[in-house]
Design a protein around this ligand. Sequence first.
Ligand code: HPA
Length: 245
Amino acid sequence: MPTPHIEAQIGDFAPVVLMPGDPKRADWIAHTFLHDVKQVTAVRGMLGFTGLTKNGIRVSVMASGMGLPSIGIYSYELFSHYGVEAIIRVGTCGAYQKDVKLRDIIIGQAACTNSGWLHDYDLQGGIYSAISDFELIEHAVEASRKLGKEPHVGNILSSDTFYCVSADLWKKWADLGVKAVEMEAFALYTNAARFNKKALAICTVSDSFVAEGILSSTERQDGLIDMVNIGIATAEAYMNKWHKQ
Ligand code: HPA
C-alpha cells in the first residue's frame, strides 16, 4: 500500500536508502552507480529507485526535495511505512570555516537548526541535539579515507533559508564551530531518532562563506562522484553488518 507521498509497494525499498535532494540526481546516481535498477516511485516527480551495487548489495536511492519539511515527509514515510532502517543523505553544503575547502567532504556528526520544524515536538523551549548514527559515521570516515580524502566530521547547520536577510548571521554559527550549512540533516536525524533508525548526512562543499571562488562544472561533478562513492560504501558496510544477504 502506498503512502500520501510515495507510491511504492512494501518491499520495494532496500533497508538502506541514499537520499540526494534533487530527483534528477537520484536518477543519475541510480543509473550510474547501480545496476538492475527499478524505479519504485515518482509522486510529484520525487523519484525513487532500487538496484544493486557493483558488489551485489541491494540499495535504494530516493530524492528528498529541499528543506526540512520536505525531507521530513519522505524520511518519515520511509522509516514508518516502508521498513527502511537507514537513510544516508548525499548533498551539497556551504562552508563556514576556513579549513573547509570547496569539494571537501563533510560528515554531519550533528545538526543545529534555525527552523520551526522542531516546534511540532513542543519541547517547551528545550533545544534538541540532532545527532547522526555513530556506526554510519565510522563507515563513512573509512570509505572517505580509502578514497584519499580526509573528511571533516562535525556539526552542521540545517537552515530554513538559503537567501538570508541577515548577511552576517552565519558568523554566529561559525563562531560555535559549525562547519557548514545545508537544509535537511536536522529533520532527517530527528525522524531517525523518533523511529529508532539510523541516519547520516554526507555532504560535498559546493560553495563557501569564507573563501573566494566557485567550482567549475567538472570539479563540481568530481566532488559529487566522491560523495556518492562514499555514500555507497557506507551503505554496503551497513548492509554487510546488519542485513547479510
Ligand atoms: N546554504 C544552504 N544550503 C546550501 C548551501 C548554502 O550556502 N550550499 C549548499 N547547500
